[in-house]
Design a protein around this ligand. Structure first.
Ligand code: BGP
Length: 468
């Protein structure tokens, strides 16, 4: 990238539990909501990348790659099969072994507490995130993690992509009898309180921990210089980014979004003590998952609402962008290339976003995810020549470095993903890894790990601290 990063910069790569572990009903673990919902649709979660069995091989590959840090998530139903109460020792041992090996190799663990995998039993018992009962159970789960792993894990991520959980159909379960938007804002409030409680517990338990959320952020650009389009982009940012960021960082609801919710009658119930709890739980950093930017244009109130349609198979251009009559509708960007799944490739957007977030919230940033989904195929020589991935990562790192020169404090970069994973939206058709896993959706093959060309490239980047 021809850029020199600070000596302490954390070069990392990431995974999440249900996307790589497999063994989803093994050794005490029970089902999670996301596993139930993706089951049978694309690849099933019973094997995933086989990481539960092959974790030692995977950590050796991390060592060889030269990773300074590894981001992974802990599975709540592997630790607490009933959602609360009895701790599953085999679950604790699994993560304890991984963490010990990482420490031995001087790879800093960055642990995500919650990456979409709510225990299904809590969904069935009281409706999961729709009930305030979950706050206590989540706190208990966090406390178990801090008590067991607090000595070795310094970096914690509370909740992954709180905003996306309300956009994508397979990450949450909703009550079909109740108005959807109201449910989403209620759940969002409950989840924010739970996130805040996790921070408080962490502060009480681990003296020198660094803890923060990871938000998936898509910056919105106006489709034209038409004033209505400029305002539409602002509305989209308010609703999809600043609502969450203001809660995390300022401990309050963004007024314009609150008024929007009241106007529609979908504002959440706030109980006494909630806002104080949120306000006093200031994160040490913000984790940003960045994949793409988005163009939006104004759409008048009286136009018909269109249903969101995402391109899951990477084939035709099926995308129907988010559409909220009276506010905005997504549109294609004529100036950027797209991935096979129609995600806009926009490295400059990362610099733009980082400057924007840092100016508004004055908080250090960890890039918790950045990467590209592709259909990688083995050559006859059993190689993966993923130049598209190398270009993507290189161009984003260049912009990241420019953002740091602008003054944004960024202390680490996590490539999504370390090994190929079960893509929640598209199974094993869509791969993100630096390491290839020899399997496809239906055929498990050998699960052999094969280093991609991007692995070797990233290895050189780490060794030269960004120069290569
Ligand atoms: C983020 C999630 C990851 C990962 C990534 C790629 O939203 O935090 O878990 O899946 O997106 O998404 P996908 O696999 O759907 O392309």
């Amino acid at each position: 990238t021809n850029s020199t990063f600070p000596e302490s910069f954390l070069w990392a790569a990431g995974t999440s539990s249900y996307q790589c572990e497999g063994a989803h009903l093994t050794n005490g673990k029970t089902l999670s909501v996301v596993e139930k919902n993706i089951n049978n649709q694309y690849a099933d979660p019973s094997v995933a990348s086989g990481h539960y069995q092959l974790w030692e091989t995977d950590v050796e590959l991390m060592k060889d790659l030269g990773l300074k840090a590894y981001r992974f998530s802990i599975s709540w139903p592997r630790i607490l099969p009933n959602g609360r109460g009895a701790v599953n020792q085999e679950g604790i041992n699994f993560y304890r072994n991984i963490i010990a090996k990482l420490k031995e190799y001087h790879i800093e663990p960055i642990v995500t507490i919650y990456h979409f995998d709510l225990p299904q039993c809590l969904q069935d018992e009281y409706g999961g995130w729709s009930s305030r009962k979950i706050i206590k159970d989540f706190e208990e789960y966090c406390q178990v993690l801090f008590d067991h792993f607090g000595n070795d894990v310094k970096y914690w991520i509370t909740i992954n992509e709180q905003s996306n959980m309300f956009q994508l159909p397979y990450l949450m379960e909703f009550d079909e009898q109740l108005p959807l938007e109201k449910q989403k804002f209620e759940m969002n409030h409950i989840m924010t309180v739970a996130h805040a409680k996790a921070i408080h517990r962490c502060r009480q338990t681990i003296a020198d921990a660094k803890i923060g959320p990871a938000l998936g952020i898509i910056p919105n650009y106006p489709a034209s210089a038409k004033p209505e389009d400029i305002l539409a982009a602002k509305h989209a940012d308010d609703l999809r980014t600043y609502l969450f960021m203001d809660l995390y960082m300022k401990g309050k609801y963004k007024q314009s979004v609150w008024n929007y919710m009241v106007h529609k009658g979908v504002e959440p119930t706030i109980e006494p003590g909630d806002m104080a709890c949120i306000k006093t739980a200031k994160p040490d950093f913000i984790g940003i998952n960045y994949y793409q930017s988005r163009v939006v244009k104004f759409v008048p109130k009286d136009t018909a609402e269109k249903e969101l349609k995402l391109n899951y198979d990477g084939e035709a251009d099926e995308t129907q962008f988010e559409n909220i009559p009276g506010l905005y509708e997504g549109a294609a960007n004529p100036y950027t290339n797209k991935t096979q799944w129609d995600w806009e490739i926009d490295p400059v957007g990362l610099r733009y976003l980082l400057n924007d977030i840092y100016d508004r919230y004055d908080v250090p940033v960890l890039i918790t995810e950045n990467g590209i989904g592709t259909m990688d195929e083995l050559t006859e020589k059993k190689e993966i020549l993923d130049e598209e991935r190398i270009d993507f990562l290189r161009n984003h790192l260049i912009q990241l470095h420019l953002a740091m020169q602008d003054g944004v404090k960024v202390w680490g970069y996590v490539v999504w993903s370390f090994i190929d994973l079960l893509s929640t939206s598209s199974g094993f058709r869509k791969r993100y890894g630096l390491v290839y896993i020899d399997r496809d959706d239906t055929d498990l093959k050998t699960l052999e790990r094969i280093k991609k060309q991007s692995y070797h490239w990233y290895q050189a980047v780490i060794t030269s601290n960004g120069q290569s």
